[in-house]
Design a protein around this ligand. Structure first.
Ligand SMILES: Nc1ncnc2c1ncn2[C@@H]1O[C@H](COP(=O)(O)OP(=O)(O)O)[C@@H](O)[C@H]1O
Ligand SMILES: [Mg+2]
Length: 315
C-alpha cells in the first residue's frame, strides 16, 4: 500500500466538508473519486496534497505520516482543472520548473530531462511556444508533464479534462491511462462524470455529502450498487419497489417482445445514435429500456409488449 487515509475529517464553517474518510491506495493504481458537485472530492484531494490540514485523522504516504507536512515536502504532484501554468514561461520552462527545487541538476540537464517529458505528452515541436498560445488540451499536457517530471509517489488530478470538449476528453483520458500503465504511476483522479470514472479506474470511490458510500472496481460499482444513490449516480437505472424492498434494473437488462396481450406499452422512444431509449408503462409503473444493434428501431409508440428482466439487484 502506498497511501492510506485514516478517518480523515474536515468541517468548514457552514458545517459541510468531509467526514471519516478511510481509503487505501496500492502502488500503480488509478483510483477515482466520483460524486456530484459539493460532495467533498476536492477537499479530500486537498488534504492529500497538503493544501488543507484535516481536523482529524492521518495520512500515510509510503509508510510516512505526512498529515501535517506542507505541500512542497510531500512527494505528490497535482494537476488542476484550470491548468495553473506559469504564463510568462514557455512549454519547456514550465515543464522543467519543478526540477529546479527537487533535483541537483544543472539548467542544461534539466532541459534535457524536460525534453523527454515533452515527447511523452506528445508536444514535440512546441518546446519554445508560450503556454498562452496553446489550446486547452495542449496546456493540460504541459501541466501533466510538469507534474510527472519530479517523479512523485502520487499524482492527484482534480477534474483535469472538464474544460475540454467531449471528444478530446475521451482521447486525453485514454492517453492518461496508457501513461499510468506504462510507468506504473499511482493516481487519484477526481471527476463528477460517471462514464469517465468507469472507463479509466482500477477502483471507484463513490462519495455523497462528504462521505464515502461505496468503493469497488467499476464493474462492481455498476453491477452491485449498494444503494439507490449509487445506482442512480453510476449509469441509468430503474428502481421499483417490490415487497417493501427496492429492486434496481438496468435499462439494458430488460428484454422486450412484441405481444398483443402484453401488459406493457411503449410510451416514448428517443433516438440516441448507437442505441434507442424507450419508456414503457404497465399503467402503474414505468421503466426505461435500452435497445442497441438491429433491435434498436424495432418497436413503435403504443406497441403492446411483454418483458423479461435478465438481471436485477435488490437493495
Ligand atoms: N474553503 C472552503 N471554505 C468553506 N467551505 C468549503 C471550502 N471548500 C469547500 N467547501 C464546501 O465543502 C463542500 C465540499 O466541497 P468540495 O470538496 O469542493 O466538493 P467537490 O469537489 O466534490 O465539488 C461544499 O459544500 C463546499 O461548499
Ligand atoms: Mg471539486
Amino acid at each position: 500500500m502506498i497511501l492510506e487515509l485514516k478517518n480523515i475529517s474536515k468541517v468548514f464553517s457552514k458545517g459541510d466538508g468531509i467526514s471519516n474518510i478511510n481509503l487505501e491506495v496500492n502502488e500503480g493504481e488509478l483510483i477515482t473519486l466520483l460524486g456530484p458537485s459539493g460532495c467533498g472530492k476536492t477537499t479530500t484531494l486537498n488534504t492529500i496534497g497538503g493544501f488543507i490540514i484535516p481536523d482529524n485523522g492521518s495520512i500515510i504516504l509510503d509508510n510516512e505520516d505526512i498529515t501535517n507536512q506542507p505541500p512542497e515536502k510531500r512527494s505528490i504532484s497535482t494537476v488542476f482543472q484550470s491548468y495553473a501554468l506559469f504564463p510568462h514561461m514557455n512549454v519547456i520552462e514550465n515543464i522543467s520548473y519543478g526540477l529546479k527545487y527537487t533535483s541537483s541538476l544543472k539548467k542544461k540537464q534539466r532541459l534535457e530531462v524536460a525534453e523527454q517529458y515533452v515527447e511523452l505528452v506528445g508536444l514535440k515541436g512546441y518546446e519554445r511556444e508560450h503556454v498562452g498560445r496553446l489550446s486547452g488540451g495542449q496546456q493540460q499536457r504541459v501541466s501533466l508533464a510538469r507534474a510527472l517530471i519530479t517523479r512523485p509517489k502520487l499524482l492527484l488530478l482534480d477534474e483535469p479534462f472538464s474544460n475540454l470538449d467531449a471528444k478530446l476528453r475521451v482521447k486525453m483520458r485514454e492517453e492518461l491511462k496508457e501513461l499510468q500503465r506504462k510507468f506504473n504511476i499511482t493516481m487519484i483522479f477526481v471527476t463528477h462524470d460517471q462514464e469517465e470514472a468507469l472507463s479509466i479506474s482500477d477502483k471507484i470511490v463513490v462519495m455523497d455529502k462528504g462521505k464515502i458510500v461505496q468503493i469497488g472496481k467499476p464493474s462492481q460499482v455498476y453491477l452491485n450498487p449498494v444503494s439507490e444513490y449509487v445506482a442512480s449516480f453510476v449509469g441509468m437505472s430503474n428502481i421499483i419497489e417490490e415487497d417493501s424492498k427496492k429492486k434496481i434494473i438496468r435499462p439494458e437488462n430488460i428484454i422486450m417482445k412484441k405481444d398483443n396481450n402484453g401488459e406493457w406499452e411503449i410510451i416514448n422512444k428517443i433516438f440516441m445514435g448507437h442505441y434507442m431509449k424507450y419508456n414503457i408503462s404497465d399503467g402503474c409503473k414505468s421503466l426505461e429500456v435500452i435497445c442497441s444493434g438491429i433491435k434498436n428501431n424495432y418497436y413503435n409508440l403504443n406497441d403492446k409488449i411483454s418483458i423479461d428482466i435478465e438481471l436485477s439487484n435488490t437493495i
